[in-house]
Design a protein around this ligand. Structure first.
Ligand code: R5P
Length: 292
């Protein structure tokens, strides 16, 4: 794409570089200077296209800093480009997409106003927690899925007849999509929460299907690892073989990777929407198709 700039935010440097190569756009890097009070100053190097800019910046921790950097980059891009696309591979705050309890602020609504306000004309996210989040945007919005990319990786592992498992009913469709693409069976676990103690218990009727088989637990994201650990402990009790985890966004907060491995998971595979030790799957091709 001639005459297009890909502006790389600090949180998505590698992905922005890959994307710019794929779509043959000019890459503009940013440098950040963080002051002792926590404010950051962003400097861009390179000439921004007058025609179109694509800002790439995931909103993972530090969430609010990465958010303000994304908004600042879009704002600067809009001073020069007539069209600015915001690629936010991991869209933080997406879990705050509705008022679960009275008085709660729907932060996704706030983000929608902010992205529009600074000049984005379209937002692209990868495996947003729920598409309800994008309904708050009045600019164009698109959610792309990394499931085919994850499946491609798992096909190379040559697992023997694995079962795909969703750790809860909420992730059923995602796991089903993975299983369909992979060509395997799938089940979705049922979580029950004790309203008094808050303790989560897994109750699943058809869990005997997992006995003696390798499993792939599929989820959109891992934060503390609680959901994956609970599911793994339950599945191990059902005498499954190895447990693999496929997720799009691996936040892995509070030593989650170690805790997940200690629970018996063989391998965690995630995408480069959040760079890290487990992010082996590249989503730049999937994102590039949404931009074209
Ligand atoms: C839940 O609805 C999500 O799909 C994830 O399962 C959840 O957000 C992961 O969080 P954690 O790793 O803290 O259990």
């Amino acid at each position: 794409m001639s005459n297009v700039s890909v502006i790389s935010g600090k949180s998505s440097e590698e992905l922005a570089k890959k994307l710019s190569k794929r779509i043959k756009a000019n890459l503009i890097k940013s440098t950040i200077r963080v002051f002792p009070d926590g404010e950051s100053k962003i400097t861009l190097s390179g000439k921004i296209s007058k025609k179109k800019s694509i800002v790439v910046q995931s909103i993972y921790p530090p969430v609010d800093s990465n958010l303000i950097q994304a908004l600042s980059l879009i704002s600067k891009a809009k001073e020069i480009s007539s069209e600015v696309i915001a690629v936010i591979p991991y869209l933080g705050y997406a879990r705050q997409d509705r008022e679960f309890l009275s008085g709660e602020i729907v932060t996704m609504k706030v983000l929608a106003k902010l992205f529009k306000g600074v000049g984005a004309s379209k937002i692209i996210a990868v495996d947003i927690h729920s598409v309800i989040g994008l309904k708050h945007f009045t600019i164009k919005s698109k959610n792309v899925t990394a499931i085919p990319d994850l499946v491609k990786y798992f096909k190379k592992l040559n697992l023997k007849d694995p079962v795909v498992v969703s750790p809860d009913q909420g992730g059923k469709d995602r796991a089903q999509e993975f299983a369909k693409e992979f060509g395997s069976e799938f089940i979705a676990l049922e979580k029950k929460r004790d309203r008094k103690t808050g303790k989560v218990q897994i109750k699943t009727k058809n869990a005997d299907e997992v006995m003696g088989r390798d499993l792939i637990l599929v989820d959109d994201m891992i934060s503390t690892g609680g959901s994956i650990i609970n599911a793994t402990q339950f599945l191990k009790k059902q005498k499954c073989k190895q447990v693999y985890v496929a997720c799009t966004h691996a936040l892995l907060m509070n030593n989650a990777e170690k805790k997940i491995k200690n629970a018996g998971v063989t391998k965690i595979v995630s995408t480069n929407t959040i760079p890290g030790k487990t992010s082996m799957v590249d989503v730049s091709n999937t994102i590039s198709k949404a931009i074209m």
